[in-house]
Design a protein around this ligand. Structure first.
Ligand code: TMO
Length: 322
């Protein structure tokens, strides 16, 4: 029994973090550096992976990195695992490391993703041309604030998340000024106060996330991008022949796990665990809601997520840990 994988109960996790009862023999004791970003689902998924890695006997640490610099750090082996690689915001920087052989594509979750400009439903009554992007110019005045008038205001997240928005606005000729919220909490805090007063607002949102269930709304429909992302790399592609980024973000985008290229050699059983981990969209919605709706901290949410999804978590534990 001693070597058998115990159920990943919260109590077992606490015990395991004091005494690694199920240590995977003869693997590196160097801590696996798990990347911690700045939105709730990622923070919870990072901690779910960390707890499960701890449980099978690895040493782990969280390392805080931003979405733009993180893959360069993974390419040099300074960070090892990213549980949420979002196609919309990270494809180019991720694929650069993968193509150079410094990172490995750790496989896709079942969840598909979208990261895009968004509005709560009541805004459409005020600006009926929505969700088509051309309505942004028609409703610029309505969507403006004293800070941006006479142009519309687009409330984005931290500037690091979507730098391509600057070029998109120019490429599509949008009468829009970007205002950056400093954090996800600040971003959705503004949604909450605007929605309470039914004030027009256009802001950044993404799916899966907790927001859609709390505030019914829609993504803005920009010209669709091509599957090869030529829209981003080739100025001649798309409705503006001279500029790239004349399209929306990926619809039904991937959500991948990303690994440092040396991961499988150095931590083989961990590699099996990570390749088994597979979140659906609703699982990620729930992980985010535990923090942003229920008010748990990220560590407690990760432990609770495992407890509430025990059978799924158990099914991810690989043979090598049993
Ligand atoms: C990186 N994000 C999921 C917040 O768009």
């Amino acid at each position: 029994m001693k070597n058998r994988m115990m159920k990943l109960t919260v109590a077992a996790i606490a015990a395991a973090s004091m005494t690694p009862m199920f240590a995977v023999a003869a693997e590196s004791e160097d801590p696996i550096q798990v990347i911690d970003n700045n939105w709730s689902s990622q923070k919870v998924l990072a901690r779910v992976a960390k707890l499960m890695l701890d449980q099978i006997g690895y040493n782990t640490e969280l390392v805080t990195l931003d979405t733009q610099s993180q893959f360069a750090a993974m390419g040099t082996g300074d960070a090892h695992l990213q549980m949420e690689v979002w196609e919309g915001s990270m494809n180019a920087s991720f694929m650069k490391e993968v193509e150079a052989g410094r990172m490995i594509d750790g496989g896709s979750h079942q969840a598909t993703t979208r990261e895009e400009w968004w509005y709560p439903d009541y805004v459409e009554e005020l600006c009926p041309g929505l969700p088509d992007y051309t309505a942004l110019n028609d409703c610029a005045e309505l969507l403006s604030t004293p800070e941006t008038s006479p142009s519309a205001r687009y409330l984005s997240g931290p500037a690091e998340w979507h730098p391509e928005d600057v070029e998109r606005i120019e490429a599509l000729g949008l009468d829009v000024v970007i205002v950056n919220a400093g954090s996800a909490d600040a971003l959705f805090g503004e949604l909450k106060s605007a929605a309470a007063r039914k004030e027009p607002i256009i802001l950044f949102n993404w799916a899966p996330n907790w927001v859609g269930a709390a505030y019914p709304g829609k993504f803005i429909e920009f010209p669709r991008r091509d599957a090869d992302n030529k829209c981003v790399t080739d100025p001649s592609w798309g409705i503006n022949p001279d500029m790239a980024n004349d399209c929306g973000a990926a619809v039904g985008g991937y959500l991948k796990k990303g690994l440092w290229a040396g991961f499988a050699d150095k931590y083989p059983c961990a590699n099996d665990l990570i390749s088994n981990i597979d979140f659906t969209g609703p699982m990620i919605d729930a992980a985010a809601a535990m923090v942003d709706v229920d008010g748990l901290d990220h560590d407690a949410a990760a432990a609770k997520w495992i407890e509430s999804n025990q059978e799924v978590a158990d099914s991810w534990v690989p043979e090598c840990a049993a």
